[in-house]
Design a protein around this ligand. Structure first.
Ligand SMILES: CC(C)(COP(=O)(O)OP(=O)(O)OC[C@H]1O[C@@H](n2cnc3c(N)ncnc32)[C@H](O)[C@@H]1OP(=O)(O)O)[C@@H](O)C(=O)NCCC(=O)NCCS
Length: 115
C-alpha cells in the first residue's frame, strides 16, 4: 500500500508499506521532495504508519544502505539496528553505489516496536 503525505495542497512525502509476515510490516522507498526535506514530513509519515498498524502488527522494519543520509534519520524516528544482509549492494548491482561519498555494501535492517 502506498501512502502520501499532503500538506497545504502539495504532496511532500511518500512511502510504500508491505506486510512481511504476521508480525512485521516494512517501509519501502520512503522519500520527501528535496525542497521539503528536513521539515519533519517523513517523521510525521512514519508516526502515522506506526499508529495505523500498531493494533495488528508488532514490528515496523526498514532496510537501507549503510549511509549517513538514511541511518541517522531512522534512528531519529526511533528505529534500532536489527540485522544486516552482508554485501547486498555489491552482489545485486552491476556497479558500485555511492551515497554521500560512501560506498553502500551491506543492507542494514532497522526496526521499531509498534506496541
Ligand atoms: C531520508 C528522507 C526520507 C528523510 O525525510 P525528511 O522529510 O527530510 O525527514 P524529517 O525532516 O522528517 O527528519 C526527521 C528527523 O531526522 C533527522 N534527519 C533527517 N535526515 C538526516 C540526516 N541525513 N542526518 C542526520 N539527521 C537527519 C532530522 O533532522 C529530523 O530530526 P528531529 O526529529 O530531531 O528534528 C529524505 O532525506 C529523502 O527523501 N531522501 C532521499 C530518498 C532516500 O534516501 N530515502 C531512504 C530510502 S532507505
Amino acid at each position: 500500500i502506498m501512502y502520501i503525505l499532503i500538506d497545504k495542497g502539495k504532496v511532500r512525502s511518500e512511502c510504500v508499506i508491505t506486510v512481511e509476515n504476521g508480525n512485521t510490516v516494512e517501509i519501502k522507498n520512503i522519500a520527501t521532495y528535496p525542497e521539503d526535506q528536513g521539515k519533519g514530513y517523513a517523521k510525521h509519515l512514519i508516526n502515522f504508519i506506526a499508529k495505523k498498524y500498531q493494533n495488528k502488527y508488532q514490528i515496523l522494519q526498514v532496510g537501507t544502505g549503510d549511509s549517513p543520509l538514511t541511518i541517522p534519520f531512522y534512528e531519529k524516528c526511533g528505529f534500532k539496528r536489527s540485522g544486516k544482509i552482508k554485501d547486498f549492494f555489491v552482489k545485486n548491482y552491476d556497479h558500485p553505489i555511492f551515497e554521500a561519498g560512501h560506498q553502500l555494501v551491506d543492507m542494514i535492517y532497522l526496526s521499531k516496536r509498534l506496541n
